[in-house]
Design a protein around this ligand. Structure first.
Ligand code: HEM
Length: 387
């Protein structure tokens, strides 16, 4: 179950901690309770983030050679950095994503989404089927990110393909042939990033000016391009799909009785795009009364933590504003808590406010399909049509 069926298994009965052996025979300690997940995430001394970006399917020599040919390296920068450099690098990224800079993007994004929604409404009115992933959600976060931190001048499609290839290469169960194809794609874009890291402006220039090595600048850009846009477009798609089946919530939004922000939080709680996040035990320790030897891979089940009955009274119901709704751990917790949370929330609020009316009176032609992946849901499409 480690890679398959997180969606179905998330509401089954689970012990607080379960040892699960993965497809290559590695055991992971899966943490299912909100309090324990929070304990793990907020104690980076006992539970270090060093394994956050480790490939769950070890790479064969052929794939490693391809990556090495592109001088691919992922030094500890952000999510996997337990070293002394983390606070400073995080600070530079956080400045670029400062709430005032994020808020300044809202009018531009609203106009763009409004325009798209008008076009999609016309298409639906004409009887066509529309894919809300491809035609609305997929590129929005990347377009906003590009305005906040300068990004390489690569076509949107190329960045999306690279990001999805990276999520698959590092977090999916794979065979050697697929790993080679993915390594080729990821490696190729890494070369583009390396060039940009050396000369680009914006965030890359600020990291260089702070004295960081080219490898570190590439590593930070790599993570941002993956974490800073793909996660949010996944979330937008999953949330819109969920809202299609929540007519009362949409009626509440229409009547102004349900707050958009509450819908976003309940969406993050029930439909997080990142279902798990890893840590590694740095020392022999205990967790929830269970002995945890040093070196144990800990899988913090964020999706499950959001459905803990200790946190919300109606864990599986979509009830915006219910007590505890905002206590989800979709953005992690502690020193590595998501630095783009404010940005993701703003983007989701704009999309919910502008696009929820699109969902009235539609049927789902094709729900999002999510491939096997330890951490990311990666929906591929979401097609609707007027009923
Ligand atoms: C709905 C969208 C998003 C979700 C669910 C999400 C979730 C997460 C999670 C679970 C972590 C790990 C936290 C931990 O280790 O405790 C993380 C880290 C991070 N996220 Fe996000 N994220 C989202 C969007 C974004 C965006 C839009 C950006 C930036 C543009 C971003 C940038 C980062 C960065 C830089 C880190 C590493 C922080 C650090 O290690 O100090 N994320 N995110």
């Amino acid at each position: 179950m480690l890679f398959r069926g997180w969606g179905e298994s998330v509401d089954r009965r689970w012990p607080d901690l379960a040892t699960v052996v993965d497809h290559v025979g590695v055991g992971h300690l899966v943490v299912t309770r909100h309090a324990l997940v929070k304990q793990v995430l907020t104690d980076p001394v006992t539970f270090r983030p060093d394994n956050a970006l480790d490939a769950v399917t070890p790479m064969p020599v052929a794939a490693l050679r391809v990556l090495a040919g592109h001088r691919f390296r992922l030094p500890p920068t952000l999510a996997n950095n337990s070293g002394a450099s983390h606070p400073e690098i995080r600070g530079i990224v956080a400045d670029a994503l400062h709430p005032t800079r994020v808020a300044a993007q809202q009018p531009w994004l609203t106009a763009l989404v409004r325009d798209r929604v008008a076009r999609l409404t016309a298409e639906l009115d004409a009887g066509a089927a529309v894919d809300l992933y491809a035609e609305l959600a997929a590129d929005l976060p990347l377009l906003v990110l590009a305005r906040l931190v300068e990004l390489p001048d690569a076509p949107v499609g190329a960045v999306k393909d690279f990001a999805r290839a990276a999520l698959e290469l590092f977090w999916a169960p794979l065979d050697a042939e697929r790993q080679l194809a993915l390594a080729t794609e990821v490696g190729r874009f890494h070369t583009v990033l390396r060039g940009f890291a050396a000369t680009g402006g914006g965030l890359a220039a600020r990291l260089r000016a702070a004295g960081h090595s080219p490898d570190l600048v590439v590593g930070a850009l790599f993570f941002l391009l993956v974490a800073g846009q793909e996660t949010t477009s996944q979330f937008l798609t999953l949330l819109l799909h969920r809202l299609t089946g929540e007519p009362e919530v949409r009626a509440g939004l229409r009547a102004g009785e349900v707050a958009v922000g509450d819908v976003v939080e309940e969406g993050l709680r029930l439909e997080p795009p990142i279902v798990t996040w890893r840590r590694v035990a740095a020392v022999d320790t205990t967790l929830g009364g269970t002995t945890v030897p040093a070196g144990t891979s800990i899988v913090a089940w964020l999706a499950r933590a959001g459905r803990d009955p200790e946190v919300v009274a109606a864990p599986t119901d979509f009830r915006p504003g219910q007590p505890g709704s905002r206590r989800h751990l979709a953005f992690g917790a502690g020193a590595h808590r998501c630095v783009g949370a404010q940005l993701a929330r703003m983007e989701a609020a704009v999309v919910v406010a502008e696009a929820a009316p699109l969902l009235d009176g539609v049927t789902v032609v094709r729900p999002p399909w999510c491939p096997d992946n330890l951490t990311f849901r990666m929906p591929d499409a979401f097609v609707i049509r007027r009923a």
